[in-house]
Design a protein around this ligand. Structure first.
Ligand SMILES: CC(C)[C@H](C(=O)O)[C@@H](O)C(=O)O
Ligand code: SF4
Length: 418
């Protein structure tokens, strides 16, 4: 019986030839990462409860300040200071204010075939490069940081076979929203979502990351795309050459297979307050907005910024609407600057912010008030996610957010793209 690529990654990490769903393994971790959402708690557990002296490997533990940066309060400044001191003491890579943690991991660390554990739920993003990334809580993370090992149950795998090609104005973001809407927020609980088929083979790494990043919003343990030349080129261009290219066997066993055709896909919107409450833009009706946000680990990369710039070029946003744009990393920001995208955003009336979690996290900048409505490229639209408990968040693609900022209400971007 064959194995899926996810099973192969876990077999390698646990030193076995074969693993099966349901089996409990002890695996060696290739990298682990923690951000300012919870690292202060991890440090407390590490120092005061474990009384640990050293991290398992200073080259494999990464701290990233991205959620509340620059700090908006003395309390978060203290959290960042604690991270900085620990990182210096243990001589581990430390990033502050240079991008959303997952984007930095993808740009600077992850290679196909790795097992990566991080104290953040969207660690599943690394499946875009063919790596098994998964998020854990503080106690599990602290133990990984100390021992370099973790126990895991091997998940079942769901296969998503994608064919066709995107119509103008429709993106990978719309596909993942559609999938989550169809299978539900618990539809992939503790499963691997493996995305494949002829369409995905043609996807860029950015698009693959968009799919895998939101796997956790369907409850998945991770999302994966088979690594190929596209993934190899991405990591080799960034100086990383040592990798394992695991692909699924012909006779691998999947719990279920789903089929999607991109030719039939329209721009999709998740309506408040659940990520799986998804409708097509043509069904949305008249929804006025107060603010738009383009950014996050799901949709703040260069391809999404290009899509937004194409729509905003030479136009002005609605004078009673704010549009906030935060490139996902310093590298993305510099690329956007070089391509003239930042000029287009600023000329349109948008506010361009430093790379960080920003409005997606809803506690640092661009917080919305009572009764306000946000349309966002972030990952979640839970009640209060972007600010006041009585506010509303709609999730959509960068193109839909840009088109909506121009008109002041949720708008189909297809009328704006060529
Ligand atoms: C702060 C962190 C623990 C959290 C997560 O795990 O996802 C955050 O990144 C989020 O998106 O809600
Ligand atoms: S951008 Fe949003 S989803 Fe991603 S890590 Fe930050 S807060 Fe979490």
């Amino acid at each position: 019986m064959g194995m899926t690529m996810g099973e192969k990654i876990l077999a390698r990490a646990s030193g076995k030839d074969l693993v099966k769903p349901g089996e409990i393994i002890t695996a060696k971790v290739d990298l682990c990462m923690s951000n300012d959402g919870t690292t202060h708690l991890n440090i407390d557990i590490f120092e005061n409860q474990l009384k640990a002296e050293k991290v398992f490997d200073p080259e494999k533990v990464i701290f990233i300040v991205d959620h509340n940066v620059p700090s908006e309060s003395a309390k978060t400044a203290q959290v960042h200071k604690k991270m900085r001191i620990f990182a210096q003491k243990h001589d581990i890579p430390f990033y502050e204010g240079t991008g959303v943690c997952h984007q930095i991991m993808i740009e600077d660390f992850v290679v196909p075939g790795q097992l990566v554990i991080a104290a953040d739920s969207h660690t599943c993003s690394y499946g875009g490069l063919g790596a098994f990334g998964t998020g854990v809580g503080c106690t599990d993370f602290t133990s990984v940081m100390h021992t370099g090992e973790i126990w895991l149950m091997v998940p079942e795998t769901l296969k998503f076979e994608i064919e066709g090609s995107f119509k103008a104005g429709v993106y990978a973001r719309d596909l993942i929203l559609k999938i989550i809407g169809d299978i539900g927020a618990n539809g992939a609980n503790y499963r691997i979502m493996e995305f494949g088929g002829p369409a995905v083979k043609k996807f860029t790494v950015d698009d693959r990351v968009v799919l895998c990043n939101m796997a956790v919003e369907a409850g998945a343990k991770t999302g994966l795309v088979e690594p190929d030349q596209t993934a190899i080129d991405y990591v080799e261009a960034r100086g990383r050459h040592d990798m394992n290219l695991f692909t699924s066997d012909e006779d691998a066993v999947y719990e279920k297979t789903y089929q999607y055709n991109l030719d039939e896909l329209e721009p999709m919107i998740a309506i408040p307050h659940c990520v799986d409450d998804v409708v097509g833009v043509t069904q949305i009706g008249d929804v006025k907005i107060d603010q738009g946000f383009i950014g996050s680990c799901n949709n703040g990369r260069i391809e999404e910024l290009r899509a937004a710039a194409q729509i905003l070029q030479g136009k002005k946003i609605d004078p009673y609407v704010k549009l906030l744009i935060s490139p996902a990393s310093k590298a993305v920001f510099l690329e956007a600057l070089a391509e003239g995208l930042i000029d287009i955003f600023v000329e349109s009336g948008a506010m361009v912010l430093n790379p960080n979690c920003s409005v997606c996290w809803g506690s640092c900048q661009g917080v919305i008030g009572e009764g306000e409505t946000l349309i966002s490229t972030g990952t979640r639209n839970f009640k209060g996610r972007a600010g006041h408990p009585n506010s509303s968040v709609y999730l959509a693609s960068a193109a839909t957010v840009a088109a909506s900022a121009l008109t002041g209400k949720i708008t189909d971007p297809r009328g704006f793209v060529v």
